[in-house]
Design a protein around this ligand. Sequence first.
Ligand SMILES: Nc1ncnc2c1ncn2[C@@H]1O[C@H](COP(=O)(O)OP(=O)(O)OP(=O)(O)O)[C@@H](O)[C@H]1O
Ligand SMILES: [Mg+2]
Length: 272
Amino acid sequence: MVLQQSPDNSTIAGVSLDVTGAYRTFDGNVKAVEDVSFSVPPGQFLSLLGPSGCGKSTLLRLIAGLDHLTAGSIQVAGRPSADLPKRSGIAFVFQDAHLLPWRNVLRNVELPLELLGIGRPQRRELARQAIEEVGLSDAITRYPLQLSGGMRMRVSLARALVTRPRLLLLDEPFAALDEMTRHRLDEQLLGLWQNSGMTVVFVTHSILEAAFLSQRAIVFSRRPARVIADIPINLGRDRAAELRTDPRLLHVMQEIQHALRAGGGEEGDEHA
Ligand SMILES: Nc1ncnc2c1ncn2[C@@H]1O[C@H](COP(=O)(O)OP(=O)(O)OP(=O)(O)O)[C@@H](O)[C@H]1O
Ligand SMILES: [Mg+2]
């Protein structure tokens, strides 16, 4: 496992994540998450799947400490995620790139470092590095409106990676992109994960994407989200585009599909 350098140059790697008996009920009694438990070892790439509206984004927000649990606990590196300080090493990538239109690529990627109070020379250097990692060095001075949807998501990914997160949370990051672009970004994400020690939790509706990318897939039921299946994906760390047509991958996809059906969702999922 290749270790990463954090902005303050200490060596870091992925962290563990422990979700224990997690519940989230919203006002008006909307149960979104019900008795969910799972543990993720440091450095694992985990995908979460489940029917639309079942509670996946809610769970991801709880893990990030952006929302509070109704009951249970979520620990990141053995500490409650809600109590983690600002420099907690968790980064979040949303479905929309959420870029600031008045800032160019470099200055969008610099933003999290600015919020951490890191000085300009170091900030610039780290941002340039992250932009290079997502293959966008040529577009560094462009503004979001001058970028394609795929490029905007790569900026969003660079902005998440620039803090060298130990836990990367992604909520359907490539869902709005065409299939070829999504495949390219999946491969890029895989490379970034392979070259780092970070733990990744990836929410997707695409069974192919989950099987191709992850070492493990957890399938949730219809709302409220409960764990229906926890599927190990033993296809190694080094994966290439050809894996998408490998019978072993198709077998994993069938297993996920089966669990989704058992949970009462995603029948005939267009992304499947
Ligand atoms: N802040 C909130 N207040 C009230 N209800 C909420 C809130 N956030 C989410 N919900 C409800 O919780 C349920 C789960 O929503 P969530 O966004 O977690 O689903 P999801 O699995 O991410 O769906 P999708 O696959 O469509 O993105 C939904 O019924 C939603 O309306
Ligand atoms: Mg969602």
